[in-house]
Design a protein around this ligand. Structure first.
Ligand SMILES: [Zn+2]
Length: 201
């Protein structure tokens, strides 16, 4: 759409930015023109970071977090409490919880939340893998740390119903987290409180 007036490489970059979530046409143009004026090294560093991120990362075959090595550092760490699994929606939630330095157990990343509106059912998430982990690894507690919104709540209820027959203790992060918000944006103090105040489901 920019090809009449804009050089093709510029139009192409605008289009690529525009395809990213949360970036509209205005922001796409602003980012592109920023990079156009930035030193070449900055553009190269960005391009290289993108390529490395795609080439050097895989999903951990145990917890499905994003990692450079499989199993990931958390799954391999002998200091971790291997009887507790914290279930989150996205890899960024793991980062947020790690920043608190409060949680010492393992993780399981679902890669989304149940959302009929968006056509995301339980089969799209890593729920089956969670159940077999709990069954196989003598897990004592599953802490459901899905986002404090409608989809996160529905996902926690659903996973809880499947875990109950396995006889494992199931807890949920305490509220105090901003309702409707995303875990990854919660500050460390709030997250630490939510972890410490976790409750039986
Ligand atoms: Zn892992």
């Amino acid at each position: 759409m920019f090809s009449q007036v804009t050089a093709e490489p510029v139009a192409r970059l605008i289009d690529e930015f525009n395809r990213l979530p949360g970036i509209g046409p205005k922001t796409a143009q602003r980012l592109t023109y920023f990079l156009l004026r930035a030193p070449s090294e900055q553009a190269h560093a960005l391009a290289e970071a993108l390529i490395r991120m795609k080439e050097r990362t895989v999903f951990c075959s145990i917890c499905f977090n994003i990692t450079e090595m499989d199993p990931c550092a958390v799954c391999q760490d002998p200091e971790r409490d291997r009887r507790t699994i914290c279930v989150v929606e996205e890899p960024l939630d793991v980062l947020a919880l790690e920043r608190t330095r409060t949680y010492k157990g393992l993780y399981h990343v679902l890669h989304g939340a149940i959302s009929p509106v968006d056509g995301i059912g339980p089969e799209e998430l890593r729920i089956r893998e969670l159940l077999s982990r709990v069954d196989r690894e003598k897990i004592g507690e599953v802490l459901l740390a899905t986002n404090p919104n409608l989809e996160g709540g529905a996902t926690a209820m659903y996973v809880h119903s499947l875990l109950r027959p396995l006889g494992v203790r199931v807890t949920r992060l305490a509220y105090g987290l901003p309702v409707g918000g995303d875990l990854e944006y919660a500050d460390e103090v709030t997250l630490t409180r939510a972890l410490e105040g976790r409750r039986e489901m």
